[in-house]
Design a protein around this ligand. Structure first.
Ligand SMILES: [Zn+2]
Length: 253
């Protein structure tokens, strides 16, 4: 069974069709990651409509820059009050220094830590975005005991450090064609590996096109099983069990 812990299927116009493809292809769980207020509403709505859709609530670092403190606080209150069983994680949250000045960095860091504190109170794992800010993210995470999932973490030299502080690495389907992620997989113990797509982005086959979908994790399984020299079915089971453990999935459901 396949689990995708980082997708944005709400960006598709034909979500129905995308979900159907996944149901037909052995996908059991998809965590839709919100990025702003609009998508927070969308992922909740989707989760009510489709069995396989679960969700993470958070604000993307660049969204944090644009919003005023009052509106951000309202989002925090909304998340804190949400008791829905399909609410599995805080995400996606983190730091992105692609395009920033000192003030923006400061604001991103303040709210990233607030999200970590919120996740800690709610006992939820955190799905983390770290772009051009990998070291800063790990430095901050060192002080938190939350369950931490690094999404599409692309910094081979910091993988050991990430594992040392108990971060799970959510490996995107582009591992199929990306030597950087293949190297990362080599360095991550199996018990710390999760799978994701970041759909519709990062398609494993069609480079540069936003046509990805959760079932394409079959390509990840193929590549990771080669790298780790392990049977594909056995790998699928290990990763699925990691997912169940990280996101506290109750098997009676
Ligand atoms: Zn994302």
């Amino acid at each position: 069974m396949i689990a995708d812990d980082h997708a944005h299927l709400f960006l598709y116009n034909n979500v129905d069709e995308k979900i159907r493809e996944n149901v037909e292809r052995n996908v059991k769980y998809i965590i839709e990651n919100s990025i702003d207020i609009e998508s927070i509403n969308k992922v909740i709505e989707e989760s009510r409509k489709y069995d396989i859709i679960y969700y993470a609530l958070g604000l993307y670092p660049e969204e944090i820059e644009k919003m005023n403190d009052n509106d951000i606080e309202k989002v925090f209150e909304f998340i804190e009050e949400n008791k829905d069983r399909k609410f599995l994680a805080i995400g996606e949250v983190g730091l992105d220094f692609s395009n920033v000045d000192e003030n923006k960095i400061k604001k991103q860091k303040i709210y990233f830590e607030k999200f970590l504190e919120l996740a800690d109170r709610l006992k939820k794992p955190v799905i983390i975005h770290a772009r051009k800010a990998e070291k800063d993210v790990l430095d901050i995470l060192t002080s938190y005991n939350n369950k931490k999932v690094l999404h599409t973490f692309w910094k081979p030299s910091l993988v050991d450090k990430a594992i040392e502080i108990n971060c799970y690495l959510s490996i995107p389907a582009i591992v199929y064609r990306d030597p950087g992620f293949q190297k990362i997989v080599k360095d991550v113990p199996l018990e710390f590996i999760l799978t994701e797509t970041d759909s519709p982005y990062l398609d494993p086959i069609e480079k540069g096109k936003a046509v990805n979908n959760s079932w394409k994790i079959i390509y990840s399984l193929k590549k990771i099983s080669e790298i780790k020299d392990i049977d594909e079915k056995e790998l699928e089971e290990i990763i699925f069990n990691n997912f169940v453990k990280v996101y506290n999935i109750n098997n009676d459901e």
